[in-house]
Design a protein around this ligand. Sequence first.
Ligand SMILES: [Zn+2]
Ligand SMILES: [Zn+2]
Length: 277
Amino acid sequence: MSEGGHLSVRFWGVRGSIACPGPAYVRYGGNTSCVEVRCGPHLLIFDGGTGLRPLGEALKAGGPVEADLFFSHSHLDHVVGVPFFHTLFEPENRIRLWAGHLKPERGVRDVICALMTAPLFPVPVEIFSARTEFLDFAAGETLTPKPGVVLRTIALNHPNGSTGYRVDYAGKSVCYVTDTEHEPGRPDARIVDFIRGTDLFIYDATYTDEEYPRYATWGHSTWEEGVRLAKAARVKTLALFHHDPSHDDGAMDRIAAAAAAALPGAIAASEGLTIEL
Ligand SMILES: [Zn+2]
Ligand SMILES: [Zn+2]
């Protein structure tokens, strides 16, 4: 485990919309959104897609777990891993689940309860034996989930809402901005301000600019928009994320190469990739 003033990021699921296993997806991975962020001894998790299951398996090895899980939003591809997150099934663990897009009509507990309800799912949330808390905030608030960890949040442009996050810790930062749609031809000034100067900018790159017109209003962005935002905000590293299931490894290689040509150092996130900041 990382110690002291150290910020690191590990990708457990990088896929958007639906998991896509199979031989065409082995290099970038088929699990849906889940990103582990370590701020020294503190564990933050962003989204509970199918990538949350292998993260839970990995956490088994390390003794009691204390973690904060922040949802961008509650569409299925971002929550479906929760009932399969082993960490929630051990009484010595403590997990807080947070969402910023549901207040005041609903709360994150309501959503997870709805997910784990017959006949959609056989067991209810009461099956979790870890100390589990459900916490709601309003996107735009700044949170301090742990001492020294500053978590800024921002409302994104997505059907039913979504929340972007910026973690600042020990002089380093990472931004998690997924499930958001841009306005073609005009970089979102709010997002540029939000991500300004960050060390790592993880961005919804579901489509290419060429594909985008067919999917306008679906709530997603493009890798080219990620490059434009990264340049405008002078971010250090852009990581493309939430890859469309139609983009197999070959397509992702082409996108990654084009992004790196447009912005040196830009990468396409892949399952298992770890970045030390
Ligand atoms: Zn999604
Ligand atoms: Zn969504």
